[in-house]
Design a protein around this ligand. Structure first.
Ligand code: NAD
Length: 255
């Protein structure tokens, strides 16, 4: 039985992971990290602490969907106590990303901006399309619920990284996000990002390859958070016994 600590247990993804583990064999939520204990899932009676250092025992693994500041604290604890981490939090800055890499020298980590199987399938399609339609203007459009705090979404950035890999360029050299005002004409070779925020949209992404005379669109629509939760639980089972390092869902799904 894999004993899981869910980081962000009282948030939207925490609740979904809790619901998806009910009746699941081989995996059990034994504790949580969250600072909003009042919002704990109904019927959840496990220990919930605001800080990993307050936990009264060591879980086998962390599944973390919280915020970067919280995740970095959890990673430091996990590194110290040699506990693997499934990391779904998005919005890390460059220092945060470097810290994740450093922790992976001591523990195995699955880090993915999107744990859905469908998104991971389209990531490889986007890379192939970018490498083939070399004259296309590439635009990534994403839409999420009104509560999302980072933009572009981690998945939109992952799609941009995939397109940039297809073009053999660095995303940060070609990325254009949030156009506004007199922007001038579109620069050739750039990858544009647009973000929509509203209502209860779970997560929608589209990579557009716009040429003269034709356009290819590769898209994904998540209709329920269960898809991310099930992917994260699958990653947790897969991670058991793996060597230290950062893994992606590509490896988990053997794509
Ligand atoms: P949410 O705001 O509903 O939940 C986050 C939870 O973390 C909250 O309960 C909050 O109290 C807790 N938290 C935040 N900072 C904390 C801190 N410093 N200490 C203790 N607890 C803290 O958010 P959500 O919609 O559940 O999303 C969480 C994260 O997961 C976001 O970064 C989101 O982008 C990401 N996400 C990733 C995927 C994926 O597949 N990788 C899918 C959905 C969401």
């Amino acid at each position: 039985m894999l004993k899981v600590c869910v980081v962000g247990l009282c948030g939207r993804m925490g609740h979904t992971i809790f619901d998806c583990t009910v009746g699941l064999e081989g995996i059990k939520i034994v504790c949580g990290i969250d600072r909003q204990i009042d919002n704990a899932p109904l019927n959840c009676s496990v220990e919930i602490k605001a800080d990993p250092y307050e936990l009264s025992f060591k879980p086998d693994i962390f599944i973390d969907f919280s915020r970067p500041d919280c995740s970095l604290k959890v990673l430091a604890y996990a590194r110290e106590h040699k506990i693997p981490v499934v990391l779904g939090t998005t919005g890390f800055d460059e220092d945060g990303k470097a810290f994740i890499k450093d922790c992976a020298k001591y523990i195995p980590i699955v880090h993915s901006a999107n744990f859905s199987v469908g998104v991971n399938v389209i990531l490889s399609l986007v890379q192939k399309t970018a490498a083939t339609m070399i004259d296309a203007d590439i635009e990534i459009v994403e839409a999420h619920h009104r509560y999302k705090v980072d933009a572009p979404s981690g998945t939109a950035l992952a799609l941009g990284e995939a397109a940039a890999a297809g073009l053999n360029v660095n995303l940060k050299d070609v990325m254009v996000a949030g156009r506004n005002g007199i922007t001038g004409q579109r620069n050739y070779g750039t990858i544009g990002f647009s973000s929509i925020r509203g209502g209860d949209i779970v997560g929608e992404h589209k990579a557009m390859f716009c040429c003269d005379g034709e356009r290819v669109e590769i898209g994904h629509i998540a209709t329920s958070r269960d898809t991310f939760a099930r992917g994260a639980l699958r990653a947790a089972m897969w991670l058991e016994g793996k060597k230290n390092g950062v893994y992606s869902m590509k490896e988990v799904l053997d794509l």
